[in-house]
Design a protein around this ligand. Structure first.
Ligand code: ADP
Length: 448
């Protein structure tokens, strides 16, 4: 400010000096010319100053940093300060915008849906997940009342609640009877009358819960049946005066039920071990020949037991000589249990005298297949996709009669999944079935 005053003063002095010199040269009244010189210099200073002020003011109005006027003196300092303030403000705005962008991208990336509603329940913003869950458009439906877009009565009733505590579960936008989609919606109030809707796809969760309920119901049912039979026999033994032969017959029947329960518990434990244990150790190996040999003796033993002196099955195990030194990689116990389940099923579901062929071969894509073929009753096509579900049986009584638990194929499927392999089932009613275990090239090798 002082320099501004000094510059004004020096210009006045300069103007007076010029006026004085002019008066001396023109032999005029010196004091008058001195005053005129000073006045003209002061006027010049005021005009220049006003012009510079005007330049700074029009730049500030535009607010464009790139157009900042380059000037010295007081107005130069002022415009420099203003430029610095503007730059700081722009930086703060850019940082704020970046933060908002990061924040919105984080919500966009969330697996949960987020919808922000204003005080009139109009959509202010929604992420793509919520849009997919609810069937709204994240841009086109902005500022639309959410109640006008979502007509589900469950949702309408939920939105009408003053202070909902629990989330509501309703059918999602892509819900079909054949492919249910269930969405959980939770509402929270925030700010001044604003609301936040959080959506979550709970289809899998509901399915898992339903499966758990079914599983518990199935296990209870499977255990209750032999238990009821056994307690009936116990009661008979306690109340009736039976002779030794009859007693033996009842005890044998009771033993049969006990074996059945034992089988069920063993299969359940196997399944839970498969689900709970870490991935198989593929450094372990099992020679293909010993796997087939163990299953062959098991199949023959079972066939003899079932036949009980009558005609047994025609059982044939065949292995291509090129696979004599083939080794399967993984958990030997699990692999053994998978093939054993298929072979015992073939024996159990094939009438006496039928054929059972087990063969191992290398496929064109270098995978190894072990096929168990039988000439049994076969399975109708509609049952094939569900065979590996727990407790799924085509013929309940046949399965139970032959000591089935309904868990065998579920175990096989699990073992194959854990070993990176596959179970392929083909079957034709009255013609027989073929169950194939496929091991990819990376899960078996031939030892030299
Ligand atoms: P289960 O203990 O009842 O045999 P599985 O899971 O092993 O249970 O098999 C499921 C169902 O698949 C069986 O109940 C049976 O109806 C059918 N099944 C399995 N293997 C055969 C087969 N080789 N031939 C005909 N049906 C079969």
């Amino acid at each position: 400010m002082i320099s501004r005053f000094l510059s004004f003063l020096s210009l006045l002095v300069f103007g007076s000096a010029i006026g004085y010199v002019w008066a001396v040269i023109g032999e005029k009244q010196q004091s008058l010319y001195l005053l005129i010189g000073a006045l003209l210099a002061g006027l010049f200073w005021v005009l220049v100053d006003a012009w510079r002020g005007y330049c700074v003011r029009s730049w500030l109005r535009q607010g464009d940093l790139a157009m900042a006027p380059q000037m010295s003196g007081w107005w130069g300092v002022l415009s420099d300060r203003a430029r610095k303030l503007l730059r700081d403000r722009e930086r703060r705005i850019a940082a704020g915008e970046q933060r908002l962008k990061d924040f919105l991208s984080a919500i966009q990336a969330s697996p949960n849906g987020v919808v922000m509603l204003d005080a009139n329940a109009q959509i202010e913003w929604s992420n793509q997940t919520a849009a997919t869950h609810l069937g709204i458009h994240p841009e086109r439906d902005l500022m639309q009342r959410v109640g006008n877009l979502l007509r589900d009565p469950v949702f309408a009733a939920y939105m009408a609640l003053e202070q909902p505590v629990e989330p509501v579960v309703m059918a999602g936008h892509r819900h079909r009877v054949s492919r249910p989609v269930r969405i959980s919606v939770q509402r929270h109030r925030y700010g001044e009358g604003k609301q936040l809707l959080l959506t979550r796809d709970v289809t899998m969760l509901e399915q898992a819960e339903a499966m758990r309920r079914d599983f518990v119901a199935n296990v209870s049912h499977e255990i209750r049946t032999p238990l009821t039979v056994m307690s009936g026999f116990v009661e008979t033994l306690q109340t009736l005066d039976l002779n030794a032969e009859e007693q033996q017959r009842y005890l044998a029947l009771m033993a049969m039920q006990a074996v059945r329960m034992q089988g069920l518990v063993e299969d359940l434990l196997t399944l839970s071990r498969l689900e709970g244990s870490p991935a198989p150790n593929f450094a372990n190996t099992l020679p293909l020949t010993s796997l087939l040999a163990a299953c062959e003796s098991e199949a023959r033993g079972l066939s003899d037991t079932i036949a009980n002196g009558a005609q047994t099955h025609l059982i044939q195990f065949e292995i291509n000589p090129s696979l004599d030194h083939a080794m399967l990689m993984g958990e030997p116990r699990e692999l053994q249990s998978a093939l054993s389940n298929l072979v015992t099923n073939a024996v159990r579901y094939t009438p006496a005298g039928g054929r059972i062929d087990v063969s191992a071969a290398q496929e064109a894509d270098a995978s190894l297949s072990i096929a168990v073929r039988d000439t049994g009753a076969g399975i109708a096509a509609e049952h094939l996709p569900r065979l590996t579900e727990r407790f799924y049986r085509v013929d309940r009584s046949r399965s139970r009669e032959s000591g089935g638990t309904g868990l065998g194929l579920a175990i096989v499927k699990h073992v194959m999944q854990r070993h990176g392999g596959n179970l392929l089932i083909t079957s034709e009613l009255e013609q027989g079935s073929c169950f194939k275990l496929i091991f990819p090239a990376s899960r078996w090798r031939i030892t030299p």
